[in-house]
Design a binder for this molecule. Sequence first.
Ligand code: DGP
Length: 113
Amino acid sequence: MENCLFCKIIAGDIPSTKVYEDEKVYAFRDINPQAPTHILVIPKKHVSSLAMIDEMEDTDLAACLRAVRLIAQQEGLKNGYRVVSNCGPDACQSVPHLHFHILGGTQLADQMA
Ligand code: DGP
């Protein structure tokens, strides 16, 4: 998708610190980490948010969630981690390309909002 920041990251037009990639998924470190481990997992096929998943193949969505588990293992998040997908303005979604935040490496706040 033209003018999509995360599509440009997938294409390599904007640099990122890659932690995982397969044919359906790309994952990289968040530029503004909110935990010692903060990774973004995104589908390579553009979809703007979870609100639009009917536009996605189930296999692409499943690949993202399987990648989350693999990355958590790779990052040594043995004591747990949080997975967040901000969806729309009330959730302060700032990049309109579906992404799953993996947050971990410390005791996270009990409150989520
Ligand atoms: P959200 O607010 O849920 O839409 O999260 C978007 C995240 O994307 C936010 O935590 C910061 C991150 N981000 C924005 N621009 C870049 C970038 O150019 N590179 C990287 N690595 N992360 C970015």
